[in-house]
Design a protein around this ligand. Sequence first.
Ligand code: 4AD
Ligand code: MG
Length: 461
Amino acid sequence: MRTKIKQITEAEVGKGLTVKGWVKSVRRSKHVAFIELNDGSSFAGLQVVVDASFNNYEQLLSQITTGSALSVTGKLVATPGREQTFELQAQEIDIIGMCDAQEYPLQKKHHTFEFLRTISHLRPRTNTFGAIARIRNALSFATHLFFQERGFLYITTPLITAADCEGAGQLFTVTTLDLEKLPKTKEGIVDFAHDFFGKQTYLTVSGQLNVECYACALSDVYTFGPTFRADPSETTRHLAEFWMVEPEMAFADLQDDMDYAEEYVKFCVNYALEKCIEDIDFLDCFFSKGLTDRLRHIGKTSFERVGYTKAIEILQKASKKFIFTPNWGDDLQSEHERYLVEEYAKRPVFVYDYPEKIKAFYMRRNDDGKTVAAMDLLVLGIGELIGGSQREERYEILKEKMKQYEISYDDYWWYLELRKYGAVPHAGFGLGFERLVMLVTGMENIRDVMPFPRYRGYTNF
Ligand code: 4AD
Ligand code: MG
């Protein structure tokens, strides 16, 4: 039976066991060889010691190179005082998969992240991408744990939709129409009545509107799935395909929404610190100095909360010169967000109560008639991690806003109807999962925290 390297403890010392994995490095002399084997179960690998008396020593060692896959059976021995507490004294070695040492692109030297993106099929073999994958996995599990422990139901929402929930116009069309022979209406526009669904459909930009239906029946729910935006901005924080975590709470207002968002982010950070400390320390050491301390701080500090109007005042009074002059009614620019997090709050900060004009139609109008109960959570190095709001639950106001925003009643009659039958105050938010992974890994480009990123001009692998 195979033992995963992560599971090996003191208890196995003196016993025989079999491990399987890939060779990270080989050091050999006439008398002995040391093979560093890693199976991905943990950051640390296992040192395999092969004695020169081993059957076919020379021939075997000539075939074992970085990247090859092995099965090793042997005896676990303690190595007190050394960096690794155990090593495996090999008794039997099977080369499961040889690796062409001349051509293998991952030699023991530093590779740039740009280069590693061109070998996305092999980059998970590096220490860095192994660490990122384990942290991403832990954050995903932490997400389910957090919501499940609090009685939220996991709801899956459709990826194909006929509606554009954010009104943002960054949609990918889904079609089976023959692009060479597009059917046209009398007016000369594409006639989607002939398309697969009988109307124009898209990949979803958010599961929110669908998940609201379940919140308005089952109280606390969440969806966690892929979302798609044909965002032209080629930044280090945008992908065309990304994952979003979207909880939705009935009988909740904007304060509850921020409370949940804060608790959830801290939970994830603390969970990763508990489960992936070796990976985080490695990233701290090589790529993101101070990462571990920054995460510990986020895990226990209380987040700042500042109203949009006050945030604009803070920015206007700042001695810093901005490229974009902060102005009430405008969206915050990245430079403004950075100032609020880095200079003003020095910790994660919620900005709430934004002008109605710059936010989505479904956000609840405040009593001042000018702002809506919306919030964004801004964090160091990334900017917006979460966007959320209390939803407009008042039928007449929502109907009026739909008209104002030119939201089609034919597409959204059901959403409006939720406001007719037992409407309750409710609120929710969306967290960009890759941005959370960036926060916890300290990686600076979102393309490096998504296993196979998709962005403008790029769908390789
Ligand atoms: O602020 P957004 O657009 O909010 C919504 O979609 C709401 N429906 C959420 C809700 O209330 N249920 O997006 C939410 C988050 C952003 O804060 C950001 O972290 C992330 O999704 N995000 C992206 N991440 C990667 N690539 C992109 N192109 C992203 N666009 C948004
Ligand atoms: Mg947003």
